[in-house]
Design a protein around this ligand. Structure first.
Ligand code: ATP
Ligand code: BTN
Length: 268
């Protein structure tokens, strides 16, 4: 039976048309409400769901950021989705995947008319110094391969200020573009860029995308502090990312590579 779509819900048929050639790479499921598209997709991935499965939700009741932090969104004010992608090889070959996804998001937003998208290691999408979106990449090994659940949340409108004490000031596409792009067009553009980037990443790793990431990197050559669990871990000049996606810091003792996903980058 045909289920009627809520006003905000993505229409898979319309998305299919906008995706054109790229539509064969994805199978799209839209949900009015779920806990978290990433939580749900991880469960589906463990039950052998195919690469390219995309879950898009109007409303998440338990949207997740890194380290169990909350991700807030409203149906009319955000785009929240997760994509399952399977890779040959082992976990080492997926180093820098979160950064590569950032490049795809930057390309898609710039193609949609936003200029000056910034990327912050390891997973933030910035506009005008505020957090426009976030990327949550979760990896698991499967027999002879790896799977990645790539969760992306983007603010079309600013999230309500009274709902959370934000660590960083949020930003929204509405501050960059008027009118805000149609959600179907935006999602199609994001998926087209993601397919291209994920192919490139599978073939050549993050090193092939590093220059483009660096070009968007907001802390390049600036004095920064790295926090671990809120405490100062290291301090130095941020040199960007290396070919494996590790953050490079010039400290008093030389150039250090920082890989842990538990680290948070701040201005010094
Ligand atoms: P870090 O520098 O440690 O990565 P972060 O703020 O980027 O800090 P994440 O775990 O990546 O932390 O993202 C989750 C955080 O994002 C939440 O703790 C909250 O402060 C913030 N947040 C939640 N929802 C939104 C939103 N819609 N827009 C902007 N920021 C949000
Ligand atoms: C971050 O900045 O920490 C990452 C935020 C990622 C949010 C997206 S929204 C779609 C997907 N489902 C989730 O629960 N999280 C990701």
């Amino acid at each position: 039976m045909h289920q009627s779509l809520s006003p905000c819900q993505i229409d898979p048929v319309r998305l299919h048309v906008l995706l054109g050639q790229a539509s064969r790479r994805f199978s799209v499921e839209t949900l009015r409400e779920c806990s978290s598209t990433s939580t749900l997709l991880l469960e589906r991935a463990r039950q052998a769901a195919p690469s390219g499965l995309l879950l898009v939700a109007d409303r998440q009741t338990a949207g997740r950021g890194r380290r169990g932090r909350r991700w807030l969104s409203s149906p009319e004010g955000a785009l929240t989705f997760s994509l399952l992608w399977r890779f040959a090889g082992n976990v080492a070959q997926l180093a820098g995947l979160s950064l590569a996804v950032g490049v795809a998001v930057a390309r898609a937003l710039e193609a949609s008319g936003v200029s000056k998208i910034g990327l912050k290691w390891p997973n933030d999408i910035l506009f005008d110094g505020g957090k426009l979106g976030g990327i949550l990449v979760e990896l698991e090994s499967a027999p002879g391969s790896m799977l990645a659940v790539i969760g992306i949340g983007l603010n079309l409108q600013l999230p309500a200020a009274d709902t959370e004490e934000f660590l960083h000031r949020p930003a929204a596409l509405a501050q960059a573009l008027s009118p805000v792009p149609d959600r179907h067009q935006l999602l199609a553009q994001l998926l087209i860029e993601l397919a291209a980037i994920l192919d490139r990443f599978s073939a050549a790793g993050f090193s092939a995308l590093r220059d483009e990431w660096q070009a968007h990197h907001v802390w390049q050559d600036r004095q920064v502090r790295l926090l671990n669990g809120g405490l100062l871990d290291r301090e130095g000049i941020c040199l960007g990312a290396d070919a494996d996606g590790a953050l490079l810091l010039r400290t008093a003792t030389g150039i250090e590579r920082c890989l842990s996903g538990d680290l948070s980058l701040r201005a010094a």
